[in-house]
Design a protein around this ligand. Structure first.
Ligand SMILES: Cc1cc2nc3c(=O)[nH]c(=O)nc-3n(C[C@H](O)[C@H](O)[C@H](O)COP(=O)(O)OP(=O)(O)OC[C@H]3O[C@@H](n4cnc5c(N)ncnc54)[C@H](O)[C@@H]3O)c2cc1C
Length: 422
C-alpha cells in the first residue's frame, strides 16, 4: 500500500495508552522530543493506573477519578494527541519504518515512527462452564467495573489462581464480607514470582485471615443454572458454591501486531537493552516486551519479561532515549509491590537463580523478609510489612554492594548497618 500521501511529519504513534505508553510520551517531551506524538489506546477510558483495580478500587475505597494518570490539560500542554477507543488491527509499513496503522473502526493513523506499548491480556480459562456469566477476569477497568457490579449479589467467591492478582482480589472480596475460596493448581502460592518461604508465609497468613485456600487444586468444571455460575466442581466430585468465579491465571503478552510486522517475538516482543525491537527502529516497552535481564551482574543472554509498574516506567525511559537518537540503559533495580489485606509485600530485584535464602521474621511486629543470594551475593528480597529491609536491599543492589548472609540472619540487625560496598 502506498502510504506516502498521508504522511507529512506525522511523528510518533504509540499504540497502547497505559502505564508504559503514558510514561513514554511524557519522558519524550521531558527529553525535548519535538515531533508530534499520538498516544492511542483501545479502551474508552482516559489512561488510568491498574494496581488499585484489585485492591482499593474493588473495595470501593477509592473512586475511578483517582486512578486517572493525567489531567485533561496535561495532554494539550505537552502536545500529545490522546486517542481513546481505537483498536489497531493492521499496520502497513514501509522500509524506512514509517507507515499507517488502521483501527477496527477503519480510522487510519499515519506515523513516522512506531512504539508498541500494548501490554498483556488475561489468560482465559479453558474448562467446561467457563463461558457462564459470573466467570470474570481482572485486567482492565471494564473488568473491574463488571466485577464490582457483581459483588453485592454474591456471598461466595471462588478465585482460580493463587498469584498476585488472585490473592489481592481474594483479600478484597474477604474484606467485603464474602466467603472466599482460592484454588491454586500448583503446589504453592505465587510460585512464579517468589520462593517457597514467601509462599508458605502467605498461605499461613491468608488462611489465618479467613481465606479458604486449596493447593494442587484440580478443577473439573464450572457449573451454572440458566447461564449463570453457581459452583465450581472439583475433580474429586466436591462442589464449591460460587456466584462469582474470578480467574487470575496469568497473562499473555500482546505480540500479534509485532508479529504481523515480522518482529521477533518470544514470550513478548524481543527488544535489546535500548528497548529496540528486532527491526532496530520500533520500540516495545512494558508488559509486552521481552528484554535482557536489567539487573547488574545478570548472566549474559538472560532475558526476562517483567509485569510491573516500576518496569513499565523505567523501560519507557530507556525507549524515550532511543527515540531521541540517544542511548540509555535501564536505570535502577526492578522492584514490585503487592498489597493483600494488611500484608504489604515489596520485592526488590529478581530472585531467579538463587542458591541460598535468609529468612528474617518478627511475628510480634508482623514483619517478614526473605533475602535471596547467588554465590554469596544478595540478588533480591521479598519483604512483607518491612520497608526498611526492602529499602536496604534495593539500595545495596543499586550500588552493587552486598549484605552478608550470616549477619543478615539476625532479624534485629538493621540491614543497612551491615551493607558492604561494591
Ligand atoms: C488488577 C491489576 C493489579 C496490579 N497490581 C500491581 C501492583 O500492585 N504492582 C505492580 O507493580 N504492578 C501491578 N500490576 C501490573 C501493572 O499494572 C502492569 O505491569 C502495567 O499496567 C503494565 O503497563 P503496560 O502499559 O506495559 O501494559 P498495559 O497496562 O497492559 O497496557 C496496554 C494497553 O494497550 C492497549 N492495547 C493493546 N493492544 C492494542 C491495540 N491493538 N490497539 C490499541 N490499544 C491496544 C490495551 O488495551 C491496554 O490499555 C497490576 C495489574 C493489574 C491488571
Amino acid at each position: 500500500m502506498n502510504t506516502t500521501t498521508e504522511k507529512s511529519n506525522t511523528g510518533l504513534l504509540i499504540i497502547g495508552a497505559s502505564q508504559a505508553g503514558v510514561q513514554l510520551a511524557g519522558s519524550l517531551r521531558a527529553l525535548g522530543y519535538e515531533p508530534p506524538i499520538t498516544l492511542l489506546g483501545e479502551e474508552d477510558h482516559r489512561p488510568y493506573q491498574r494496581p488499585a483495580l484489585s485492591k482499593d478500587f474493588l473495595q470501593g475505597a477509592v473512586d475511578s477519578e483517582s486512578l486517572i494518570f493525567r489531567t485533561a490539560e496535561y495532554w494539550e500542554e505537552h502536545r500529545i494527541r490522546l486517542v481513546k477507543g481505537e483498536r489497531i488491527t493492521v499496520i502497513d509499513r514501509e522500509s524506512d519504518g514509517s507507515g499507517v496503522a488502521t483501527a477496527a473502526s477503519g480510522a487510519r493513523f499515519p506515523f513516522d515512527r512506531l512504539a508498541l506499548t500494548v501490554g498483556a491480556r488475561a489468560r482465559h480459562l479453558d474448562l467446561e462452564g467457563s463461558e457462564l456469566s459470573g466467570v470474570v477476569y481482572l485486567r482492565n477497568a471494564d473488568d473491574a467495573l463488571a466485577l464490582k457490579a457483581l459483588m453485592p449479589g454474591a456471598t461466595d467467591v471462588v478465585v482460580i489462581g493463587g498469584g498476585f492478582i488472585g490473592l489481592e482480589a481474594a483479600a478484597s472480596a474477604l474484606k467485603m464480607g464474602k466467603r472466599v475460596t482460592v484454588l491454586e493448581a500448583g503446589p504453592r502460592l505465587v510460585g512464579r514470582a517468589v520462593g517457597p518461604e514467601t509462599s508458605e508465609f502467605f498461605l499461613d497468613a491468608h488462611r489465618r485471615r479467613g481465606l479458604d485456600i486449596e493447593l494442587d487444586a484440580q478443577i473439573a468444571a464450572v457449573e451454572g443454572v440458566h447461564g449463570a455460575v453457581t459452583a465450581v466442581r472439583m475433580a474429586d466430585g466436591r462442589v464449591i458454591a460460587a456466584q462469582i468465579v474470578l480467574v487470575g491465571i496469568g497473562v499473555i503478552p500482546n505480540v500479534e501486531l509485532a508479529q504481523s510486522l515480522g518482529l521477533l517475538c518470544d514470550n513478548g516482543i524481543r527488544v535489546d537493552e535500548y528497548a529496540l525491537a528486532s527491526d532496530g527502529v520500533t520500540v516495545a516497552v512494558g508488559d509486552c516486551a521481552n528484554m535482557p535481564n536489567p539487573v547488574p551482574g545478570a548472566a549474559a543472554g538472560d532475558r526476562i519479561r517483567i509485569e510491573s509498574v516500576n518496569n513499565a516506567i523505567e523501560h519507557a525511559k530507556v525507549a524515550a532515549y532511543s527515540l531521541t537518537g540517544r542511548r540509555s540503559e535501564y536505570a535502577g533495580i526492578p522492584w514490585f509491590w503487592s498489597n493483600q489485606a494488611d500484608l504489604k509485600l515489596q520485592i526488590a530485584g529478581l530472585s531467579t537463580g538463587y542458591d541460598h535464602t535468609v529468612v528474617r521474621r518478627d511475628d510480634a511486629k508482623g514483619k517478614f523478609s526473605v533475602l535471596y543470594y547467588r554465590s554469596g551475593q544478595i540478588i533480591a528480597a521479598d519483604c512483607v510489612n518491612h520497608p526498611l529491609d526492602f529499602m536496604a536491599v534495593k539500595n545495596a543492589l543499586a550500588k552493587r554492594g552486598n549484605i552478608p548472609a550470616d549477619l543478615a540472619a539476625e532479624p534485629a540487625t538493621a540491614l543497612k548497618t551491615i551493607t558492604t560496598a561494591a
